[in-house]
Design a binder for this molecule. Structure first.
Ligand SMILES: [Zn+2]
Length: 213
């Protein structure tokens, strides 16, 4: 079933909160996701997502440290032309892990480097993970990113059938995974990943603050 309220997902539109299920409006930054209860579809029975809260938290933090490293170290899609003015990209890093916990692909924000408005860390990591697996369906996989995904990336995550999303800093201005919208847990969608936000938030936020200082 499709909603007719497509105008509510346009930035600046009135009452953006209408884009999400009212039940999800109780989810506030810093709170754990209620995602598991409502989780259905591919990957729902995949055991890795919930080996117990302590083990899970430790693994998420370990993975987030890797994403933070990726945010500042690359990889690059290609070097800028010699002589070009260097505009540094906002440091955002993403890593896709397979169902067995193995690292599949990494990506960092390369919008300035490549001049590509869609070159966000998550999109690049998803593309590389799909290339590596030879398929677009990334069921059972976990995407870890240092900043709450935007609407584009949340859409890509959903389309890729990612099972679990772990992110670091909340992004109140553009975040689409609980802040401004909650695209991934919109109950009108059949595929809804499990979401863990605010993992290593101080470190993730500090990286961005240092960049904008
Ligand atoms: Zn994005």
């Amino acid at each position: 079933m499709r909603s007719e309220r497509s105008e509510s997902v346009v930035p600046g539109a009135a009452e953006p909160a209408d884009a999400t299920d009212p039940a999800l409006e109780t989810v506030r930054p810093g709170q754990p996701t209620p995602g598991r209860l409502g989780r259905v579809g591919p990957g729902a029975d995949e055991g890795l997502a919930d080996p117990g809260s302590v083990g899970r938290r430790q693994r998420h933090e370990l993975w987030m440290r890797r994403a933070l490293e990726v945010a500042v170290t690359g990889p690059d899609s290609g070097p800028a032309e010699d002589g070009d003015a260097v505009v540094e990209d906002v440091p955002v890093g993403a890593v896709v892990y397979g169902p067995d916990g193995a690292e599949l692909a990494i990506g960092r924000n390369e919008r300035e480097l490549t001049g590509d408005p869609t070159a966000h860390a998550e999109v690049l990591a998803l593309r590389r993970a799909a290339e590596r697996l030879g398929r677009w369906r990334l069921e059972g996989c976990t995407l870890v990113v240092t900043l709450e995904p935007c609407t584009m990336c949340a859409g890509a995550i959903s389309l890729a059938r990612i099972s679990t999303v772990v992110f670091g800093a909340w992004e109140p201005k553009t975040g689409a995974v609980g802040s401004l919208w909650d695209v991934l847990r919109d109950r009108r969608l059949t595929h809804r990943p499990e979401v863990y936000g605010g993992v290593l938030e101080p470190e993730s936020a500090a990286l961005l603050r240092a960049f904008f200082r």
